[in-house]
Design a protein around this ligand. Structure first.
Ligand SMILES: [Zn+2]
Length: 223
């Protein structure tokens, strides 16, 4: 009897350790064929308008083109409504960085999913506490901007301009370890990061996301 209990104890421990070490990222593919794009949200857990929008998109099936959706990139942070969790780094600072906490593992899992899917464009949805102000703290004042890499292929310049014309200030990404900079630099897949502003209501942010999505779909003929 004692031996049996010991064996059970041993297995329970293995299962616990195993689940602590895997960082499964949930994703959904809607539509099929080309063009293929990826939309990510929830890299920061307290930036909710993108998370809600990407979850809504799961119900939609494009007739032309396909979209891989990652609605909750950092699920634990989303559940606790925090930017990141105290036991891990900021997920948006560890892409292609060495390290072994849960943020690093999530980043590696996300990179794997994107590499396998090989999209032509990625939209990454975020929110900032306030509207963009170049004279103020960029950690707080990035709302209503569109961020892209300096190596953005020329095919996507017009699309970026379309988003600028919707009222988003263009910013070139430069911060090390961010999804935008590292995916663009290392995988050579263009990323447009959209920063909505919490100075606006949730429904205003949602409407803006619809306008951006329509621009992207029109531009790439995703219907
Ligand atoms: Zn963010």
């Amino acid at each position: 009897m004692k031996k049996k209990l010991l064996i059970i104890y041993f297995f329970v421990n293995i299962i616990t350790v195993f689940s602590m070490n895997t960082e499964k990222i949930e994703y959904f593919i809607i539509g099929n064929g080309n063009p293929k794009i990826v939309i990510t949200a929830g890299i920061h857990g307290n930036e909710i308008s993108g998370i809600i929008k990407v979850k809504e998109l799961k119900k939609y099936t494009p007739k032309n083109g396909s979209i891989l959706l990652i609605p909750e990139a950092n699920k634990e942070a989303i559940q606790n409504n925090t930017r990141t969790e105290y036991y891990m780094d900021d997920l948006n600072r560890v892409f292609f960085k060495k390290g072994d906490n849960r943020a690093h593992k999530k980043a590696r899992e996300i990179v794997k999913i994107i590499k396998n899917y090989n999209p032509i464009l990625i939209l990454d949805l975020h929110e900032s506490p306030h509207n963009y102000d170049e004279n103020k703290d960029p950690n707080l004042y990035m709302g209503n901007t569109v961020i892209f890499n300096e190596n953005m292929p020329s095919d996507f310049h017009i699309l970026t301009l379309d988003i600028v014309n919707l009222g988003f200030t263009p910013i070139v990404s430069s911060m090390d370890g961010t999804f935008n900079k590292e995916i663009s630099d290392n995988l050579h897949i263009p990323v447009l990061t959209i920063e909505l502003s919490k100075d606006e209501s949730l429904s205003e942010r949602s409407d803006k996301l619809d306008l951006i999505l329509n621009s992207v779909y029109d531009y790439l003929e995703i219907k």
